[in-house]
Design a protein around this ligand. Structure first.
Ligand SMILES: *Cc1c(COP(=O)(O)O)cnc(C)c1O
Length: 493
């Protein structure tokens, strides 16, 4: 199996090359040349395994350069006692047809840990296989959760450095505090004036600067990405779609082979794309429901085939989904049209006009695999309050967007379909909004609210969040978008 760029099929690399490189040199994203198959017999075997075993088996299909023992080494290092639930990604049922896949039992309490706890292992092994002598500097633009998860994954990993930019407007108190208190000798964190798209386009510009890359190379460094454009981020995410299906079967509520829908709170389109890959491999997934907040560019795209980022940007209570350009959509477009020229054409239109319309063939494929919907902050809060009162289950704001959109979708269907709601963050990560959804007072710093939410709900706050208030702030800088390169340069002096 080879990997190539979505914008140039002739640019071919191994899986190690794809993971070590992050973004392809032409600006495209790496995709596998074909998708491996997953049979029902294999899913049956996976049902008997734990999360680590499932991860090893599924990831091995995409990593022909690696031995089973090497891959087992990565998955056991990544999915162990650093997760506070032995199931790693447990499935919780709130009724017979609705299960929440909790992806936030890792060290940063959000689903990004599922990939970022394993990425440093994949990346350092890939660099070795590629014969890379220079040190890697991971450069991240984050809408909140990626930054902390990447810092936590890479802190003090030999041969690596990591620099995270987060938007000054658009991360929660707790998210910010998690990042600026990060320990580790190889880490740096900086705020950027503006929103996530400002931070992300600034990082993309640095990645595209060939002269600067040459200069860094002389200093013994090169830049790589831990954003969800890296194949090493996407691959581990395929695992939990399959794992959730196995646990659904194991619960006795469905039979092997029955179809299950997935409702996914979506931002950069990485999470849901992993689900689509799992479906195309053979997982009996029905619809993938793409759930957005009022930044509903994807809802419109999946309904009309027109992607149009020329619209107002909203700061919402689900900030990790406040995105107008969903990078991973490029991989889906490529897979659907199987043409690097066509994909590059859409991306060129997007960068020049902010808009493109896909061909009829792509529209038909989208309609077959996806449903889409969006909801407002008010609706999100109502969903949180209702679920907690009626079922005693507490959702964070991102998960609640998915649940609300699922409810809307179900009210259009005649019969309920077994559905996995992908739960992407601990409710304690967004205490302010969750408390306000429960009708409680919120006027206090984020760290105080963690204790208040625990008191109100009778739930225990995850240890990494409960301990935040005592930690020292290490990073206080905020930069203009135009000066981001200087921050990188100072860090790599
Ligand atoms: C990143 C994130 C999302 C969105 O995931 P994408 O892969 O960007 O679509 C949703 N919820 C939370 C809590 C996140 O951190």
């Amino acid at each position: 199996m080879e990997y190539f760029s979505t914008r140039d099929e002739n640019h071919r690399v191994t899986v190690s090359g794809a993971i070590a490189g992050g973004l392809a040199p032409d600006g495209g994203l790496y995709v596998p040349s074909q998708l491996p198959e997953l049979s029902l017999q294999e899913i049956k075997e996976l049902c008997a395994m734990d999360y680590r075993g499932r991860a090893s088996r599924i990831m091995a299909k995409f990593m022909p350069e690696y031995t089973a023992a090497e891959i087992d080494g990565f998955t056991s290092a990544a999915y162990g006692a650093n997760f506070d639930d032995p199931a790693v990604a447990p499935l919780r049922f709130t009724d017979g047809d609705t299960a929440f896949l909790e992806l936030w039992h890792g060290p940063t309490c959000a689903f990004k840990d599922m990939a970022l706890q394993i990425l440093p292992h994949l990346l350092t092994a890939s660099l070795k296989k590629c014969g890379e002598q220079r040190r890697v500097c991971i450069l991240v633009a984050t809408s909140g959760d990626t930054g902390k998860a990447a810092l936590e994954g890479f802190a003090d990993v030999p041969g690596t450095k990591i620099l995270v930019f987060f938007p000054n407007d658009g991360v929660s108190d707790v998210q910010k505090l998690q990042m600026v208190t990060q320990t580790g000798a190889n880490v740096c964190v900086s705020a950027v004036y503006g929103n996530f798209d400002d931070a992300q386009s600034g990082v993309k510009k640095i990645f595209g600067d060939k002269a600067y890359a040459a200069e860094l190379s002389e200093r013994g460094y090169f830049l790589s990405s831990a954003n969800s454009i890296n194949w090493g981020r996407l691959l581990p995410q395929i695992v939990y779609y399959v794992s959730a299906y196995c646990d659904y079967v194991n619960s006795g509520r469905i039979n092997l082979g029955d179809s299950v829908d997935y409702a996914v709170p979506t931002g950069n389109f990485g999470d849901i794309l992993a689900g689509w890959y799992a479906k195309k491999m053979g997982l009996p997934a029905g619809r993938l429901i793409c759930c957005s907040n009022s930044n509903n560019v994807l809802t419109d795209f999946l309904h009309t085939g027109v992607y149009d980022r020329n619209r107002e940007f909203h700061n919402t209570i689900s900030p990790s989904m406040d995105i107008l350009v969903s990078s991973n959509l490029e991989r889906l477009l490529y897979s659907l049209c199987r043409s690097d020229r066509q994909t590059a054409g859409y991306m060129k239109e997007l960068s020049e006009t902010g808009r493109y319309e896909v061909c009829g063939e792509i529209k038909a494929s989208l309609a077959a695999d996806f449903a889409a919907g969006c909801c407002t902050d008010e609706e999100t809060k109502t969903a949180i309050g209702g679920m907690f009162r009626e079922r005693g289950y507490l959702m964070d704001t991102h998960t609640a967007v998915a649940y609300k959109v699922l409810c809307d979708y179900r009210s259009m269907l005649n019969r309920p379909v077994p559905t996995v709601v992908v739960s992407t963050a601990s409710p304690f990560k967004f205490c302010d909004s969750v408390l306000s959804a429960l009708g409680e007072e919120t006027g206090a710093p984020g760290t105080e609210l963690i204790g208040r939410l625990a008191a109100v709900t009778g739930m225990k706050a995850p240890a990494p969040l409960a301990g935040l208030s005592g930690r020292a702030v290490r990073f206080t800088g905020c930069t203009d978008r135009a000066d981001m390169l200087k921050v990188v340069d100072d860090f790599l002096k």
